[in-house]
Design a protein around this ligand. Sequence first.
Ligand SMILES: Nc1ncnc2c1ncn2[C@@H]1O[C@H](COP(=O)(O)OP(=O)(O)OP(=O)(O)O)[C@@H](O)[C@H]1O
Length: 257
Amino acid sequence: MTALLRAEAVGATLGRRKILSDVDLGVSAGELVVIIGANGAGKTTLVRRMAGLLDGEGTVFLGDQKAEALSPRLRARKIGYLPQGHVFHWPLSVADVVALGRIPHGAGAADLGMGDRAAVLAALDSTGTMAFADRSVTTLSGGERARVALARVLAGEPKIILADEPVAALDARYQFVVLDLLRARADAGCAVVAVLHDLSLAARYADRLVLMKDGRIVAEGPPEAVLTHENLAATFGIRATIETIEGRLIVTPQAAL
Ligand SMILES: Nc1ncnc2c1ncn2[C@@H]1O[C@H](COP(=O)(O)OP(=O)(O)OP(=O)(O)O)[C@@H](O)[C@H]1O
């Protein structure tokens, strides 16, 4: 199957440091790929390179087309990018912020068509943000804001979703809600990439895990093949218990090595 999004031998240099080297990664329709790795491993840099926000070596393909050959608007329609720790600078209402997700489809905040409105309402509903749709986004808590940022991405109805630490600010329940949502997008035919730090959640939701270290992919595959004692020691520098409880792989970090 052709990957909806594919990075071929991509690299990136930031501040004269080589941050990403020779990464190949493809994500197909229906797949939820989770990227894991220690702080500074290059996860965000890879996601930004795949989103077309960073230049560098190699090529990013959207289907069989080079991403760089597409207009920014078309790319924004295809790829929904949720940045890490998104900050809102303007006191817009939540509904207006989410409506910004329709801009790649040609909508302005004041002239949403029926399809735009339906997409905005669905995004508010699925992220549990409808209750504060009229409030200024700057008055929300960190977790509430994180869900609004995701709602804006979902409102764009992208076929490809790149979510950088989508559950970092969320309580335990909303971590499940948001990951269930991303899982459902994948099941509906989207290609989804998420960066996660919680290894048990990564194992639970990923079709495929991608483990990064020093700007490279060092392991990739089903969670049970990637989350081994050796890999956790070599990449995170931790000792952990790895067990299966109620059919799920649970990784409990025990100590720094
Ligand atoms: N603009 C920059 N200039 C120099 N170095 C940078 C720049 N941006 C990022 N880096 C470095 O690149 C490396 C990878 O950063 P990146 O944000 O991709 O890591 P990450 O795996 O997402 O980490 P984290 O888990 O902490 O979010 C880090 O060592 C970081 O300090």
